[in-house]
Every structure is written in structure tokens, then in C-alpha cells.
Design a binder for this molecule. Structure first.
Ligand code: ZN
Length: 67
């Protein structure tokens, strides 16, 4: 693993995919806001999957669709 730079202002934000803290610096992390390439690809894959599964129509199995 690469060494972490110490920052006093903040420790960054959590990775949208895995929730690990991500350094808020695009120069240090080219995959921002993800922690790494794997999480970025996982998120893209999820987006594409949802796009194919829900082409503009709400999923009837979605729990939020019904009261
Ligand atoms: Zn991650």
C-alpha cells in the first residue's frame, strides 16, 4: 500500500463504493472520489447495470414504490 500523507484539515471523504476514507486530493488520488480503480469500475458497472435494468420506469419490486 502507498504511504499516506498526513493532513490536519480533514481526512477526506468516504469512498462511495466501499466507504473507506479517500484523500480529497485529485493529484494524489486519480480515482477520486473513489479510493481506487477497482471501486471506480465497480461503481460504473453498477450504474450501467441499473441503467439497463431500469429504462426510465420505476422497478415494481422497489420497496419505495409502494406505501
Ligand atoms: Zn473504495
Amino acid at each position: 500500500m502507498p504511504p499516506r500523507k498526513k493532513r490536519t484539515s480533514s481526512r477526506g471523504r468516504p469512498c462511495p463504493t466501499c466507504g473507506r476514507p479517500v484523500e480529497d486530493d485529485r493529484a494524489a488520488n486519480p480515482f477520486f472520489p473513489f479510493c481506487g480503480e477497482r471501486c471506480r469500475l465497480a461503481d460504473l458497472d453498477r450504474w450501467f447495470t441499473e441503467e439497463y435494468a431500469v429504462p426510465g420506469v420505476p422497478d415494481p419490486r422497489a420497496p419505495a414504490a409502494r406505501p
